[in-house]
Design a protein around this ligand. Structure first.
Ligand code: SPD
Length: 276
């Protein structure tokens, strides 16, 4: 294969794809749950791929991990106990433990190979996994949530795409179970894909979450290596409103600020439409 054609391509459908030129394939395996590849790209550093889909890259991982974490972490006045479902690379955990209020952060990841690959090939993303407040559980997140009622201040669903092992993480039953696992003032956020590429999924998740939680909020961030670049997150909250947040309690973030928090909740009309 000539160098000019050495590309990773993620196909969204027959007519749309995203591509990154590759320097080398660093690691490939088939785990018990999915295919796992780590490749070195020219523009975005190392890239983690699960079942052919971009999960994270060295260059833009901070956007997704900061926005999935800090929007709910700032919405809650005193988050002490946090659960991350999925997210085996550790990026969300790394952000959560920046909050001094956190006493315990549990990672429930079904595929232990994702955790190991991230520790080996993305040590700066996985760095938080060795923090003494972090409890890493290689387990089915759906079952873990069912078995821990009334326990968490915040639950974050850092799933893969809605195919394969992640399908059950986009279901109403699961959001009901998440609601039960949260304390009376708890908050959940799920990554919910792209408004351009996955409009029906966002509408359906928003409706399901609205039927389970008293408050539902959709917010956006810009992640260049995810299909279409525009990414959505859906929050279900029992009590607190993310629009009321007035301060940033962490330093050193590269994307999240209080102004970005507010702006992320301001939806363009075509995205607002998905919440009706
Ligand atoms: N298509 C991209 C969906 C990725 C969602 N999860 C990414 C995991 C990063 N921690």
């Amino acid at each position: 294969m000539s160098d000019a054609h050495f590309w990773f391509t993620e196909y969204q459908n027959n007519n749309l794809s995203i591509g990154l030129r590759i320097k080398q394939i660093i690691h490939s395996e088939k785990t018990d749950f999915q295919t796992l590849d780590v490749v070195e790209t020219v523009e975005y550093g190392r890239l983690l791929v699960l079942d052919g889909c971009v999960m994270t890259t060295d260059k833009d991982e901070f956007v997704y991990h900061e926005m999935l974490s800090h929007v709910p972490m700032h919405t809650h006045p005193n988050p002490k106990k946090v659960l991350v479902v999925g997210g085996g690379d550790g990026g969300v955990i790394r952000e959560i433990i920046k909050h001094p209020s956190v006493e315990k952060a549990v990672l429930a990841e079904i595929d232990g190979r994702v955790i190991e690959a991230s520790k080996t090939y993305f040590p700066h993303i996985a760095s938080g996994l060795s923090d003494p407040r972090v409890d890493v559980q290689v387990t089915d997140g759906i079952k873990y949530v069912e078995d821990h009622p009334n326990e968490f201040d915040i639950i974050l669903i850092d799933s893969t795409d809605p195919i394969g092992p992640a399908v059950g993480l986009f279901a109403k039953d699961f959001y009901q179970s998440v609601h039960r696992a949260l304390k009376d003032d708890g908050i959940m956020v799920a990554q919910t894909e792209s408004p351009f590429a996955n409009a029906k999924l966002i509408s359906s998740v928003y409706k399901d979450v609205s039927e389970v939680f008293p408050q539902t909020h959709l917010y956006l961030a810009f992640v260049p290596t995810y299909p279409t670049g525009m990414w959505s997150f859906t929050m279900g909250s029992k009590k607190y409103d993310p629009n009321a947040v007035t301060e940033c309690r962490v330093s050193g973030t590269k994307y999240y600020t209080n102004a970005v928090h507010k702006g992320a909740l301001a939806l363009p009309p075509f995205v607002q439409e998905l919440t009706r």
